[in-house]
Design a protein around this ligand. Structure first.
Ligand code: PMP
Length: 469
């Protein structure tokens, strides 16, 4: 190995090394191979990231909606270090246990938004949602209902990328090229007002969404459907906040048909919506809850499935019928992950960060409204708590999207990044998302919105000049 590779101090060498050897997720393979120019981040603290060329950025996305307590928190780093020295690893198979996962599980059960009985630890949101689907299957096998296995998810929903989770995900870009979706996963309409409910009252919109679900259940047969999975506020699909009364109405349909509800709290959990869980903000009463990201603020890959007593009692009643429960990961109940989670939860509590996320969110929404409510390129401003999005449209009045080939949102993201702001273009339509760490200040939010406004104006001018708008 050359000395340069062992000690890659030079910024452009780092970028070249990355391009030559790293297979990037969610990256256009062809164009990246041809002319990708990775920005190599070297350090971060609070909400600020710094790259190898000395440029600074406000990370208005908290990574991928996950670094909730901010970068560089000594308390979490110390907890992880101490745990790694004390007990760096201990699995949880065959009744093995260690202290931190037990303490964390107890704490999660205590915090849960609806009564929960058990916690199953995993490594990522994707594998946790796979676990949930398997729990639903196991549950219905124990109940003697082997046909009740289909899963309902929503168009635009994001649940991960493992085969089952990608199947539940309702974004065509995650299915293309992978022989997905799966035949036993069915998608119903997303509560996306701009594209599905324009001009409708909340009540009319809820009725339309419920009707779509009822029709799907009638077509498939309720006795073939095991569960429905939903994000309280849909994240990657567009930061979609449902209309008033939506969850109550959906929940009553599910209850009537004996269909379990899985709340995918991977983004919303641990404060993003200004309450500890999204279920509290949205009034959901799930049987199963998935958490990840904010559980450790992404200091360690850790996820958890919370299981209600209703489901747990059935699983237990199955006893040893299928032998030992044949599911679990090498890293399930990882003690270093649990230590990171406990330290992150301590910070949330000690610094009142959940409440702060709610307040900062109000500021973000006020600023987004002030900057974009009258902007001709912006068709909708959405958000709840400290998560928000703007959707770019070719026509606001009779809503019309831009040709995806124009890459309007990605161009704005890039123009904003040139101004030191990291936001994110979402895959389903031309939306730009904001989901900063809870420690962002009001002044930093102002800088984010100002930078993005300049970026939107720049791209709007380009679209005018090229005759595309
Ligand atoms: N569910 C939701 C709601 C998510 O936002 C994500 C990740 N963005 C996932 C599941 C998958 O999590 P992971 O990337 O950790 O597998």
């Amino acid at each position: 190995m050359s000395n340069a590779i062992e000690n890659p101090v030079n910024a452009s060498l780092l970028s070249d090394l990355d391009r030559q050897h790293v297979f990037h997720p969610f990256t256009a393979l062809g164009s990246h191979e041809r002319d990708g120019a990775p920005i190599v981040m070297t350090h971060a603290e609070g909400v600020m990231m710094h790259d190898s060329q000395g440029r600074d950025y406000i990370d208005a996305m908290a990574g991928l909606w996950c670094v909730n307590v901010g970068y560089g928190r000594e308390e979490i780093a110390n907890a992880m270090r101490d745990q790694a020295m004390e007990l760096s690893y201990c699995h949880a198979f065959s009744s093995m246990a260690s202290d931190k996962p037990a303490i964390l599980a107890g704490r999660l059960i205590e915090m849960a938004p609806v009564p929960m009985s058990k916690v199953f630890f995993g490594n990522s949101g994707s594998d946790a949602n796979d676990t949930q689907a398997k729990l639903v299957w196991y549950y219905n096998n124990v109940r003697g209902k082997p046909a009740k296995k289909k899963i309902i998810a929503r168009q635009r929903g994001y649940h991960g990328v493992t085969v089952m989770s990608a199947g539940m995900t309702g974004l065509p870009g995650l299915h293309a090229g992978f022989d997905l979706p799966l035949s036993f996963i069915k998608h119903t309409m997303a509560p996306h007002r701009l594209w599905e409910g324009h001009g409708l009252s909340d009540a009319e919109f809820v009725a339309k969404l419920v009707d779509d679900l009822e029709q799907l259940i009638a077509r498939e047969g309720a006795d073939t459907i095991g569960a429905m999975i939903m994000e309280p506020v849909m994240g990657a699909g567009g930061v979609i906040v449902p209309p008033q009364g939506y969850y109550e109405a959906i929940q009553s349909v599910l209850d009537r048909h004996d269909i379990l509800l899985i709340a995918d709290e991977v983004i919303c959990g641990f404060g993003r919506l200004g309450s500890m869980f999204g279920c509290q903000a949205m009034g959901m009463k799930p049987d199963l809850i998935t958490v990840a990201k904010g559980l450790t603020s992404a200091y360690f890959p850790l996820s958890a499935c919370m299981v209600s007593d209703k489901v747990w009692q059935v699983l237990v009643a199955g006893g040893d019928r299928f032998g030992a429960f044949g599911h679990g990961y090498t890293y399930s109940s990882h003690p270093v992950g649990a230590a990171a989670a406990l330290a992150s939860l301590d910070l949330l509590e000690k610094e009142n960060l959940v409440e702060q996320a709610g307040r900062r969110g109000e500021h973000l929404h006020r600023r987004l409204q002030a900057a974009f409510a009258d902007h001709p390129l912006v068709g909708e401003i959405r958000g709840f708590g400290l998560i928000g999005a703007i959707e770019l449209v070719a026509d606001r009045d009779a809503p019309k999207a831009f040709d995806p080939a124009l890459k309007v949102a990605p161009r704005i993201v890039s123009a904003a990044r040139d101004r030191g702001i990291i936001s994110r273009a979402l895959p389903a339509s031309d939306s730009l998302a904001f989901s900063p760490p809870f420690v962002i200040t009001e002044a930093q939010i102002d800088r984010v919105v100002e930078g993005v406004r300049e970026a939107v104006d720049e791209v709007a001018a380009e679209l005018k000049a090229s005759g595309d708008w």
